[in-house]
Design a protein around this ligand. Structure first.
Ligand SMILES: [Zn+2]
Ligand SMILES: [Zn+2]
Length: 293
């Protein structure tokens, strides 16, 4: 299903801002040793001037983004959900903009392998006894859209969704607006130990992106133990960024076991391997990057 557009007020030509609200994979973590990068799970916002907010994923970081939204006018925003694993959707019932009457969140998610609708799956998660409130009880509205390999528009933002290897149907996204492009591949299965290959879909998403936000869950020794858990090594993320002429790679979906000092070392090591043309950064909560002019 393609989005019908209809969002008003977008202004093209000035690029956009990316802000990280949750950068952790798998499960939230907490403590002084992870305070600098942060312990919330996946949530990134794309702020296009004059456009309703766009989010990648609804991990626990979404709660903090929701708190920045004003209450004067009813919220309307878009979430591009990579997949339905807990760490990507756990923030939904705590996202205050849809806990107010009139709030509306357009949820774009991958269609499900078993034929269930995304709304059915989310409704199975948000119901007693797992959670006290049902989707239908939320004061605001959730509007569901399902996608596979598609190109569509949200306002005047060009969106590419592509299925990428993970566990269960998972989308990567590529957004372009005002001459700037960001690619988001949060959970991405490396094909095997020390195997550096990528699907056409993954390459299409990443090719020439100004910013690639990519799974960086494991070191090589960790991947030896967990090579079929749906993720990849930092080396793989760097390889893909180089292969696709990406300008900036944000290592993302950090393993909860990686503390701040280790992440500093891993990011520094990655930068020693890239040479000119690519910069590697470690995604951390509160970081805002501007893409475009
Ligand atoms: Zn994940
Ligand atoms: Zn996942």
């Amino acid at each position: 299903m393609s989005n019908q557009g209809g969002y008003v007020g977008a202004i093209a030509g000035s690029g956009f801002d990316i802000t990280f609200y949750g950068v952790r994979g798998s499960t939230p973590c907490h403590g002084a040793d992870v305070a600098r990068y942060g312990g919330n799970t996946s949530c990134v916002t794309v702020d296009v001037p004059g456009h309703p907010p766009i989010m990648f994923d609804l991990g626990t970081g979404a709660r903090y983004f929701g708190e920045t939204m004003g209450t004067e006018v009813p919220f309307e925003g878009i979430c591009l959900l990579s997949h339905l694993h807990w760490d990507h959707i756990q923030g939904l019932p705590f996202f205050t903009p849809v806990l107010r009457p009139g709030g509306r969140l357009h949820l774009h998610a991958p269609s499900q392998e078993d034929g269930s609708s995304v709304e059915e799956v989310v409704s199975r998660m948000l119901c007693p006894p797992l959670f006290p409130v049902r989707v239908d009880d939320l004061p605001g509205d959730l509007v569901f859209y399902e996608h596979g390999d598609e190109d569509f528009e949200i306002g005047d933002v060009q969106v590419m969704s592509r299925l990428i290897p993970h566990l269960g149907n998972t989308l990567g996204f590529r957004l372009s607006s005002g001459g700037a492009t960001v690619a988001y591949l949060s959970d991405h299965q490396q094909p095997g130990i020390d195997v550096y290959e990528a699907t056409d879909n993954a390459r299409e998403l990443c090719q020439g992106a100004d910013l690639l936000i990519h799974d960086a869950q494991y070191t090589r020794p960790e991947f030896h133990q967990k090579s079929y858990w749906g993720h990849c090594t930092i080396e793989y993320a760097v390889w893909l960024a180089l292969e696709c002429d990406v300008r900036t790679l944000a290592l993302y979906h950090h393993d909860p076991l990686h503390d701040d000092d280790q992440l500093d070392r891993l990011v520094a090591e990655a930068n020693t391997r890239v040479g000119c043309g690519l910069t590697v950064i470690g995604a951390r909560e509160g970081l805002t990057l501007h893409l475009g002019k």
